[in-house]
Design a protein around this ligand. Structure first.
Ligand SMILES: [Zn+2]
Length: 56
């Protein structure tokens, strides 16, 4: 079983971001694609690993 790592969805237009934490090994399609509520554009998925390093 592969554990899903949390990731960030970031809007390329306004820079708004949110953290997504998959609750199970089943990938929910609604968690894979998200649209910015302000700009109505698809948000880009980013890894959280860099953020974890900063939080150290
Ligand atoms: Zn936006």
């Amino acid at each position: 079983m592969i554990k899903q790592n949390p990731f960030i969805l970031r809007c390329p237009e306004c820079g708004d971001s949110k953290i997504v934490r998959p609750k199970s090994d089943v990938i929910n399609p609604t968690e894979m694609v998200s649209f910015c509520s302000k700009c109505k554009v698809s948000m880009k998925r980013e890894s959280l690993s860099g953020l974890f390093k900063l939080l150290g």
